[in-house]
Write a protein that binds this ligand. Sequence first.
Ligand code: G3P
Length: 217
Amino acid sequence: MKFFIDTANLDQIKEANELGILDGVTTNPSLMAKEGIKGQEAIMNHYKTICELVDGDISAEVISTDFDGIVEEGKKLADIHPNIVVKVPMIKDGIKAIKWFSDNGIRTNCTLVFSAGQAILAAKAGATYLSPFIGRIDDSNWDGVDLIAQISHIYSIQGFKTEILAASIRNALHIVKCAEAGADVCTCPLDSILGLLKHPLTDIGLAKFLEDAKKTQ
Ligand code: G3P
């Protein structure tokens, strides 16, 4: 399973990248706004900086919602760097645009996915990645990980090549459960990635080893 970090924060991207386990970055307009990135030029420059920091797929989201606008915006984003993946919302014109991008060699990440039916449509259109929002599904009293398992089963028996990119990850357990359920990628906040390190027995065991090591010095 690939690991992406889900942020536009450069310090967090650097910290995750330094672990040596980072395969890419996802962003969205909310994450860009959180970092105070404002204006088209600043947004494009920020994506360029992220591409220079991380050698992996970088999702950059369109804000147009009509076919022509999505295609025009997506082409500009894709021109920033070969690693850019154009993130397109799961709407009717989004599906049409994903098909256009797929036919024209531009990779896509279909975002805001909440059902298996949407996952089938995106795969048919040729999406490179599919982003089901696990945490937001859990928030609405459904099981986000169950959706990952269902899509994984469908893609496997139907031979769809679209990669399942589990998004809206809220904790380390989500990552483990998505890995079990067949996600190809997890995009996670830094805290959730670092949460994978934690186990109290590791801390207790290390303290004991270090204490005993003093006897050997
Ligand atoms: O990649 C989509 C993700 O950022 C959404 O996460 O926590 O806003 O539901 P969240």
